[in-house]
Design a protein around this ligand. Structure first.
Ligand code: NAD
Length: 382
């Protein structure tokens, strides 16, 4: 095979951006051969690409070798399973499923190692995070003691929430900021620091918007090695902050957007606990060095980078940047935070996926929320 023939299911904000990237030739070795969307209006800008009336028909035919699922979240599981069972390669948008039990169902359907199964965790291509990951893995920071991520710059308006009937509902989306915006940071969190042993979260349901799901979360985590973490997010604050601070034995790293400084590493000359145990003085800290961490390439290739990697994995056996099976961890973190909020209790991980699924079904069954909808694409916003 020289070219991967790909079909996209769900041609909304994200699916149409993926379609344009492929049609613009930004993904060598990938050809867009099929599209499917419930809403025919969404297909009009792509009249030259073969359109399918149902996702099942797109998956079944010879028109595609691979499928990109960019629908609302619950369909990631059903359409993902159908794609894998048809023996087609699958790239699924984040989150890979809404809840842990569905993630397990989806991952279990991936039986053939020759079938490539990846997830659209585009922020894994950002050189700030790849650099940080190598600093951690190379032991440059020493043992990690504390992580604090304030990711409150996912600002969204009332109009955004009204732009799709599925958005910000338990039935349509399965959650709010944790399921829609933060899968990226939750994925990076587990990719960089692994999974905590337990967490306690406080979730503001509709704190800033007229929605039935969470738009504000503060979570405290504990790790087996004694490391502590705090994760804070919201879609309600502007201008908001994106600041990741890691305290390791050998110093402190702060990662912020390039315009706020990029990566800064202040390195302890002597590891902090060793210094604390061996120093006569009561107040002196270890001497520090400011270490320059050069980061090239802005925020990296992002979505196009994941698309290229997916094509290269199929055509040349390239290692995946974001194997979809790893996507269960960000979903588990999101589910555990919501479960902790609902039960007012600390949640031990691994999360009981069946208990969370039951809770989510109750939320759906008991929902009295009346959603206002004014369908729009991002490009329609004034
Ligand atoms: N990776 C990223 O940076 C990123 C950014 C935005 C959205 N997303 C993800 O992309 C997905 C879609 O989000 P969006 O903002 O594009 O939503 P959207 O509402 O703009 O688009 C979804 C589209 O899917 C269509 N659809 C729904 N069910 C379908 C089905 N069964 N078969 C065919 N078409 C169907 C809808 O008609 C709609 O056009 C979500 O998983 C979201 O989390 C990812």
């Amino acid at each position: 095979m020289n070219t991967v023939k790909i079909g996209i299911i769900g041609v909304g904000n994200m699916g149409s951006a993926h379609a344009r990237n492929i049609l613009d030739g930004k993904v060598p070795g990938m050809e867009l051969t099929a599209l499917c969307d419930h809403n025919p209006e969404r297909l009009k800008p792509f009249a030259k690409v073969k359109a399918f009336g149902t996702a099942e028909d797109l998956i079944a035919g010879d028109t595609v070798d691979a499928v990109l699922v960019a629908t609302p979240h619950y369909d990631h599981t059903t359409l993902g399973i159908a794609t894998l069972e048809a023996g087609k390669h699958l790239l699924v948008e984040k989150p890979i499923s809404v809840h842990k039990a569905d993630c397990e169902r989806l991952i279990t359907a991936h039986k053939d190692p020759k079938v490539i199964f990846a997830a659209m965790f585009n922020q894994r291509t950002d050189p700030h995070y790849t650099k940080l990951r190598s600093l951690i893995q190379d032991g440059e920071l020493g043992e990690i003691r504390r992580v604090v991520w304030t990711i409150t710059d996912w600002f969204r308006t009332f109009s955004y929430y009204a732009s799709g009937g599925w958005r910000a509902t338990w039935k349509g989306e399965g959650g709010g900021v944790l399921l829609n915006q933060c899968p990226h940071q939750l994925d990076l969190w587990q990719w960089l620091f692994g999974m905590p042993q337990s967490l306690r979260a406080f979730c503001g349901i509709g704190r800033y918007h007229d929605i039935e799901v969470e738009d504000d979360v503060t979570c405290y985590m504990e790790y087996g090695n004694g490391c502590r973490g705090v994760f804070m997010t919201t879609t309600g604050e502007a201008p908001g902050t994106n600041r990741l601070e890691i305290t390791g034995e050998r110093g402190k790293v702060v990662v912020e957007p390039a315009e706020h400084g990029g990566i800064r590493f202040i390195r302890n000359e002597v590891a902090m606990t060793e210094w604390s145990k061996t120093t006569e003085g009561g107040f002196t800290k270890p001497s520090t060095w400011n270490v320059e961490i050069p980061v090239k390439g802005g925020n990296g290739p992002q979505h196009v980078g994941i698309l290229k990697n997916f094509a290269n994995a199929i055509l040349k056996g390239e290692e995946l940047i974001a194997p979809a099976a790893e996507g269960i961890r960000s979903v588990e973190l999101a589910n555990a935070m919501l479960y902790s909020g609902f039960t007012d209790a600390t949640v031990e991980l691994p999360l009981d996926g069946a208990a969370y699924e039951k809770k989510l079904k109750e939320l759906i069954a008991n929902s009295k929320f009346e959603k206002k909808v004014e369908e729009k694409l991002a490009s329609d916003f004034k």
